[in-house]
Each structure stands twice: as structure tokens, then as C-alpha cells.
Design a protein around this ligand. Structure first.
Ligand code: SIN
Ligand code: FE2
Length: 221
């Protein structure tokens, strides 16, 4: 007779084990938290990108971002020469953003609760696509209305070095290697922490190929 071990060993064998690594106050890294769901999340993402394809947006300063982006939810994050904002309409299609897939929403709520933010109901999910060389410079997520709600960030595909700093741009950031299925959450005293992503290294992930996808969940409105 074969039995599936329960408990921590069972979780390890199922790929559902994860470790919680506290970062700064209000912030934590949930390593492997979404590992078992990666294929399901990528399948749901296809519906999003069919309706709202990835695009390289231009910043207020006129710089074309190396990261390609799209959104789902009731509002999406956009940037153009007039600045950054959340908008109900995707400027690339003139249509509403695609709805947030249920597995996205549920995962974000679970991860937030795990880090002390129960009742998280994201209305926006920004989806970033990094190809080798793409990077995101240090910034704060500060275009949302309610800073009592955390940011939940889910990594899929190729690994990346995530920079997680403090409330000031000059605070030296921690360098954290994020792998597929890792989830980072920052809220409370860390809600406005500066963060970024180092240039993506070349590689091949069995599910995403030569890219890294990041989902960031926000309560924007
Ligand atoms: C972001 O700050 O929007 C994304 C961070 C990441 O890709 O890990
Ligand atoms: Fe961000």
C-alpha cells in the first residue's frame, strides 16, 4: 500500500511547502507559496493577455520601459507622457481591462492574510513581463488611494533579483532572489518601501520560456 505522507513532509512532496521570511516590519517573502499554482496562474494569464496584450509603455519623462506590461481588474496601471495613473480603460484597446481571474484574486487574498492583512480585496493586478536585460528601477507604489492595503507580488518563470529597500530612495536595498512561485507582500510600515528589479539574466524556464512574469496586486481605489 502506498500512502501520501501528511504534514510538512507531505507538503514538501506535494510542492505546497513554503517558508516565510520576514523582511522589514510589515513585509515578508513567502518562498514557494504559489509554486503548486504556477501552471494554473499562467493559463489564466493567457485570457488576460489575449484581451489586453503586453506593451512597452512610455514614462512621463519619455523613456520607453524595458518591462512590458498589462493589467486586469476594474482598473489598470498606465503611464504615458502625462504621467502615471489607474484607468478603467486600456488605452491600447479602448476597452475595459479584462476581469481579474479568480485564482489570481484568491491567491492574493491568501498571501496577504498570511502576512497579517486579512480581507485584502485587490481591484487591480499589474502584470509585468521581463525578458533578459529588462529591469525596473527603484520606485514606490504610491498611485493607490488607500495605503492601509498591502501590495502582493507573485513571481512566475525565470528567477530575478528583487531589490527591497526602505522608505527613502537612498536606503540600501536588500537583494533577494525570487523564483517561480515566490510571493512578496509589503504593507503597513513598509507599504511605501522603495523596490525594483535588477536586469533579468538569460535563462529558460520550462513554463514561461525566456521570460519572467510578475503579478502585483493592489487596492487602487
Ligand atoms: C513592481 O514593482 O511592479 C514589480 C516588482 C517585480 O517585478 O518583482
Ligand atoms: Fe512596484
Amino acid at each position: 500500500m502506498t500512502a501520501t505522507p501528511g504534514g510538512a513532509l507531505g507538503d514538501l512532496l506535494n510542492g505546497t511547502a513554503y517558508g516565510k521570511e520576514p523582511l522589514t516590519e510589515g513585509a515578508a517573502l513567502l518562498r514557494g507559496f504559489a509554486r503548486a499554482e504556477v501552471p494554473r496562474l499562467l493559463a489564466a494569464l493567457r485570457d488576460v493577455t489575449d484581451a489586453a496584450p503586453f506593451r512597452h509603455m512610455v514614462t512621463r519623462g519619455g523613456y520607453t520601459m524595458s518591462v512590458a506590461m498589462t493589467s486586469c481588474g476594474t482598473v489598470g496601471w498606465v503611464t504615458d507622457r502625462t504621467g502615471y495613473r489607474y484607468d478603467r480603460v486600456d488605452p491600447a484597446t479602448g476597452l475595459s481591462w479584462p476581469p481579474m481571474p479568480e485564482p489570481f484574486r484568491a491567491l492574493a487574498a491568501r498571501a496577504a492574510a498570511e502576512c497579517g492583512f486579512p480581507g485584502f480585496e485587490p481591484d487591480a493586478c499589474l502584470v509585468n513581463e521581463y525578458r533578459p536585460g529588462a529591469r525596473l528601477s527603484l520606485h514606490q507604489d504610491a498611485d493607490e488611494l488607500d495605503f492601509t492595503q498591502p501590495i502582493v507580488s507573485v513571481s512566475l518563470g525565470l528567477p530575478a533579483v528583487f531589490l527591497f529597500g526602505g522608505a527613502h530612495r537612498g536606503d540600501r536595498p536588500a537583494r533577494l532572489r525570487l523564483e517561480s512561485g515566490d510571493v512578496a507582500v509589503w504593507g503597513g510600515p513598509s507599504r511605501l518601501a522603495f523596490h525594483g528589479v535588477e536586469p533579468l539574466s538569460e535563462g529558460i524556464d520550462p513554463l514561461t520560456g525566456s521570460c519572467r512574469i510578475n503579478l502585483t496586486f493592489r487596492r487602487a481605489r
